[in-house]
Design a protein around this ligand. Structure first.
Ligand code: IMP
Length: 428
């Protein structure tokens, strides 16, 4: 450690939760810095699997500090459920005072905008992420710290005609019809007093955890404590580096850590990438498979969203996209997950370049739409990888696959995942 960052190096769902859970053992603090409950991390401990959407994976380890930073947008029902769930594990949890709250109206607007977009919908998780971040940048979020007083909440919601403006947008997009379909809570999204009551009903659970997470992290780093910054989504979905529309609304690179915690120097920046590629929602995906091999990857890799249950789009490993993610994300080493899924995969291919494209090209959505992958056959491996506990135990051809990733990205692969369990990561 002391300052280690975990980032998704593809379009999310790379298995960051598992790596974060393992590295949390050495960490004193595990800190989420962006996103919201659009993320879903599943941690497998023994026979049990634990899905988390907001709290960092360190909650399973007694005595560790788990922080939710100011850059995370918070859904209160999910957050309070996870706080309850975390309790028996005996870790400490601190929530930043300034973290914005996702309001019921944000969820409605997210869904209503998607419905209004019709066939050009982004495929958001409909968790209200984009609208909640919009209000943050418009300087009018209700924050976790506001839950200390009903008056603070009311002031934010009624200042500068916020509520009237929201109502107008709501009326123009959705009217009444969309409520129950997309909002599974007992509050009318546009009823001010109900919304204030609803917000305040979570206060008792949230307020005891409030704190200044930035000060906490800076003091800890000054004392050479180990801090693990846990990312959500992936660099290719980043608010600045993702596609024009099909991206998320937060910062999924090291810039996200800097923006949230004011930390700029890192000892390790670990990018997590699957041994193949997946994407959920709309957007360019140059190596996507539309045939039985895509189905096969989905089946073998259980590629269904933790948050939404949607089937993920599947394709070959895209080395130019991974190289780009490492470059713009600040990634200095890679951990490749789910290598075992590719065992005996006949006709295994990787994309090593895009036809005729300068490798330094910025991979905007428009560029990725046009990118034609040069695909290369990779040799198969047969043996069961899930029993391997050291890199040297991997079949020669599986190691060649890893070497191919290193030469294609220019970044060292420091770990390889061969199964869902904590001990199924091979460190080199
Ligand atoms: P939003 O973050 O819900 O606004 O969704 C914007 C885009 O990011 C959509 O394509 C989502 O499918 C995608 N997305 C958001 N969070 C995740 C994630 O954790 N894994 C994979 N894709 C995600």
């Amino acid at each position: 450690m002391p300052a280690t960052v975990i980032l998704g190096a593809q379009w999310g769902d790379e298995g960051k939760g598992k790596i974060s859970d393992v590295l949390a053992e050495e960490a004193d603090i595990i800190a989420r810095f962006q996103g919201g409950n659009n993320a879903g991390h599943t941690t497998v401990i023994g026979k049990d699997s634990y899905p988390l959407h907001l709290l960092p994976c360190g909650i399973f380890r007694e005595g560790k500090w788990n922080l939710v930073g100011s850059g995370v947008v918070c859904d209160l029902p999910v957050l309070t459920q996870e706080l309850m769930f975390a309790k028996p594990f005996g870790s400490h949890i601190m929530l930043d005072e300034s973290a914005p709250i996702i309001l019921p109206i944000h969820r409605i607007l997210d869904a209503a905008r998607e419905v209004a977009a019709g066939s050009s919908a982004i495929g958001t998780t409909r968790r209200g992420i984009g609208p909640a971040y919009s209000d943050f940048w418009l300087r009018r979020s209700v924050t976790l710290g506001d839950l200390r007083s009903r008056e603070s909440v009311r002031t934010v919601l009624t200042r500068a005609k916020y509520w009237e403006e929201m109502f107008a947008i709501y009326a123009s997009l959705a009217g009444e019809n969309i409520d129950q379909k997309f909002l599974n809570i007992n509050v009318h999204p546009m009823h001010l007093e109900d919304t204030i009551d609803w917000l305040m009903s979570f206060a008792d659970q949230i307020v005891p955890h409030l704190g200044d997470t930035r000060a906490f992290v800076h003091r800890a780093l000054d004392q050479r404590k180990n801090v693990l910054f846990e990312g959500a989504q992936g660099v290719l979905l980043d608010g600045y580096f993702g596609a024009r529309r099909e991206r998320t609304s937060s910062l999924c690179t090291t810039a996200g850590v800097s923006a949230t915690f004011g930390v700029y120097a890192f000892d390790r920046v670990i990018g997590i990438a699957k041994a193949y590629a997946t994407r959920v929602g709309a957007g360019p995906f140059p190596t996507e498979l539309f045939d039985v091999r895509g189905e096969e990857l989905r089946k073998r890799g259980h590629e269904f969203g933790t948050t939404t249950g949607r089937p993920r789009r599947c394709g070959w490993l895209d080395l130019p996209a991974l190289r780009y993610a490492c470059r713009v994300g600040g990634i200095t080493e890679l951990v490749i997950t789910k290598l075992d899924v590719l065992t005996k995969f006949s006709g295994l291919l990787v994309c090593d370049t895009y036809v005729g494209m300068d490798p330094w090209t910025t991979l905007t959505g428009a560029v990725l739409e046009q990118a034609k992958p040069n695909l290369r056959h990779m040799p198969l491996w047969i043996g069961d990888l899930s029993a391997c506990r050291q890199y040297g135990q991997l079949p020669q051809t599986a190691r060649e696959y890893i070497v191919e990733i290193e030469s294609g990205t220019g970044v060292v692969v420091s770990g390889i995942g061969v199964g869902a369990e904590r001990n199924q990561i091979l460190w080199r």
